[in-house]
Design a protein around this ligand. Structure first.
Ligand SMILES: C[S@@+](CC[C@H](N)C(=O)[O-])C[C@H]1O[C@@H](n2cnc3c(N)ncnc32)[C@H](O)[C@@H]1O
Length: 279
């Protein structure tokens, strides 16, 4: 198997991937608001072959498979723990037109000009070489094939920012402005993404801004526990004084308290839906 995004492969096959795979229902509830805009942009037809990039535990691959009952959905991801979860759920739901494969979408040897549509719910922000990766995805699409994905948007008006600000008052966090590693924080700028897609050979690029509501937990304590369990947060805090981490957690609980409504902590965040065509 060809893997060039080795750092990501390590993270998604380690703690981060297991955290997601073990709590896939919870992550799906958190990002489920993205499904509507994503699939409106994908326009999947009954007989389409659909590629789901960075499919994770397969929630969107299963939606694609149901949208293409006479076609097929193929999910590719770096993370074996998440793919194992994806296969088990698809089997339990009796979906016969879906397959999952471990691979790095940047270099995976997809069959050429094979898919009608490629989709991704937040699985395309981690490429070390985004132009090469989208070029590889473009070659897997038929001429005229469609790409649709959702990712974060750099609007500066993010309710979740309050959570990070509360945490940062007690423990050192990396400065997003100085962090140029591939990841969700650095794939949010419209012009940058348009440039990447255009260089990779895509045309008719559209960028649609929208707001999504994410459910972080039942209440502020539950949401804080979830956030402090995230792989990146654990990594940032690994050398911090436990007393400071405890104070940071209290501050995060207090910051999340105003967002507890009707048994859930809901935070609104800015998102992009991109669509593009090949050829
Ligand atoms: C934020 S998760 C989203 C998972 C899934 N799309 C969902 O919405 O539930 C990002 C996913 O992208 C995958 N990923 C990151 N880089 C990748 C790459 N180069 N090739 C394939 N998958 C990748 C990760 O393993 C992870 O499952």
């Amino acid at each position: 198997m060809d893997i060039v995004n080795t750092h990501q492969a390590h993270a998604w096959n380690g703690y981060e991937g297991r955290h997601w795979a073990d709590r896939h229902d919870r992550y799906d509830a958190m990002v489920g608001g993205l499904n509507g805009p994503l699939f409106e942009g994908a326009v999947i037809e009954r007989a389409h072959r659909v590629l789901d990039i960075g499919c994770g535990a397969g929630a969107t691959t299963r939606i694609a498979a149901r949208s293409a009952p006479d076609g097929h959905a193929f999910g590719v991801d770096l993370s074996e723990p998440m793919l194992e979860r994806a296969r088990r759920t698809a089997e339990a739901e009796g979906l016969g037109n879906v397959t999952f494969e471990q691979g790095d979408a940047q270099v995976h040897p997809f069959p050429e000009a094979h898919f009608d549509v490629a989709v991704s719910r937040g699985g395309i922000m981690y490429f070390a070489d985004p132009v090469a990766a989208f070029g590889n995805i473009g070659r897997a699409l038929k001429p005229g094939g469609r790409l649709a994905f959702v990712c974060g948007r750099d609007s500066g008006e993010d309710e979740a920012a309050r959570l990070w600000q509360a945490m940062a008052r007690h423990v050192p966090l990396p400065d997003p402005a100085e962090d140029d590693a591939p990841g969700p924080v650095n794939f949010t700028n419209r012009d940058h993404i348009v440039e990447v897609l255009t260089k990779a050979g895509f045309t008719q690029v559209t960028a649609t801004p929208f707001e999504t509501v994410s459910v972080f937990g039942r209440d502020a304590e539950d949401a804080a526990e979830f956030v402090f369990g995230w792989g990146p947060v654990r990594h940032w805090l690994r050398d911090s004084d436990p007393a400071a981490v405890a104070r940071a957690r209290e501050a995060v609980v207090a910051a999340l308290r105003p967002f507890e409504i009707d048994g859930a902590v809901r935070l609104t965040g800015p998102v992009w839906r991109f669509t593009a065509r090949v050829g």
